[in-house]
Design a protein. Sequence first.
Lengths: 347, 233
Amino acid sequence: MRLPFLLAALLTVCLFVYATPDENPYLRIDAKDVALKLPKRFGTPTYDLRSNPVSINGFLLGRALFYDPILSQDSSTSCASCHQRFAAFGHVDHTLSHGINGRIGTRNVPAIQNEIWNTSFMWDGGVTHMDLQPIAPITNPNEMDETLVRVIAKLSTSTKYKPLFRAAFRSEAVTTERVLKALSQFVALMISSDSRYDRMLDARVAFTEQEERGLVSFRRRCVTCHREPLFTDRSFRNNGIGIDTALRDVGRYAITNVASDSFKFKVPSLRNVERTYPYMHDGRFRTLQAVLNHYARGAYRGANADAALRTTTGMSGQEQKDIIAFLLTLTDSSFTYDRRFLDPNVR
Amino acid sequence: MIIRLCCCMILCLPFMLRAGTTPIPIHFIFVVGSQPLQFDTLLYENERHQSYSLSMVKFYVSAIRLHAEGNSDVTSEKFFLVDASDSASTSITLNRIPIGTYRSISFTLGVDSAHNCSGLQEGALDPIRGMFWAWNTGYIFLKIEGTAPASPSPGHVVELHVGGFRQPTNNIARIELPIVEDPVRGIYIQVDVGAILGSLDLSKQFSLTTPATASVVTASYPSAVHTILGSRR
């Protein structure tokens, strides 16, 4: 009589434990998951990881914050609203950034990947440190339109966050530094280095003939600005697309006030470019073919259009197709489907 | 005044000669021309006869240095956010200052470029204090806000946000002022907000919130910031 009862109780406990989300082995985050695997070919990260080492609980707190609309003024919009995992944390099919109350910003949402190697943030490089980056979208009136004071107040009174902060930082105190460092720990792990291109470099796969031709053309035509292996030289350039007359975005000039920086924008990485459409700082091109058309045409607008544009002028139709075939090898599904970055609220 | 200063020096001489340290208080006194600064209630007038009221005056003070006569200068590496509406912040005390004769005080009105560039900062420099530009990462060195009927903005708002540490618009200001009485009794620094808004045309210069547009504000500091005798407050 007693034995079956005990067994039933044990089974119930087992079932309960199994049903607890964190015990689902697919979703569980352990020490192996937060160990940074830095690809040798990317070099030394710019971000000082010693100042903010990634821990399991720091990562979990950062992930909770990234996916939580509590960071926006009306609790409607989270970081993940615009930074989608399956789009390499860009905003697929959205020309310009979106915010609370249907507000629309002035620039296309950039992807978030390999940021610990980045030297400045945003299209105009106005943000100089990864830890400070989240303040911009949180406080921008067209995005989350919230103040840091209110973010800290809301998190301090949240029963959900008390244990998360205690686990990550040994006390429940919510400070700007802790919020931003937790977000940085989450973002630090967003490393895309397992694309077909990377596997080809490691001689694990072979390119097709067309991909191979595309790589050769890419290295002749595009690599000055989109430098391998991160596919950006992190510089600011005017790529000759001309000003959008509605947005009148002067780009880097707004930051430096130097005339020669007018209409210059940061060279974006091309990793996962297949998934980050539409393209350019204002999202004006919907397809990679439209981008290639622009670069091949050679009719560049603006007095300070970049000299490197000469190398892209006059690409044949076949060459453009080959380059696109190569660009598709930069898609990294290990990254875009990485279970660690799943929304923790959807289980 | 000179006689008073000499008397003061002579009286203090025995203390100064004695080896040891002393705290030195620094007090910021806010005025608008000849009137005391009062938020929201008083209407002031600038040189263009444009009236205005004030609701906020805040700035960063850092790298305070006391220039000594004879021995070496004393420097404080701390950052202070001076907020005219918060009396706890308008008095700064430098502790353990070697007793000596100090002829002048200098400080940075702003935040040096190293602290603008090196990521997250705590304490007075915590971005939560609102003295931070998120879109163009860096500190707002000085914020003056108020209203003026001449301002065409919604609510007739006037906003002066001074920041910017990169060339060509570096608004980090170094200010050196003579010490006019024994510093142990306190260094009184008068900030005349009227001199900052004095020559602005508030119908056009009502929102100076970028490094380039705000440099006109930095240029007015020499006429706005002075040391005064404590008894003259």
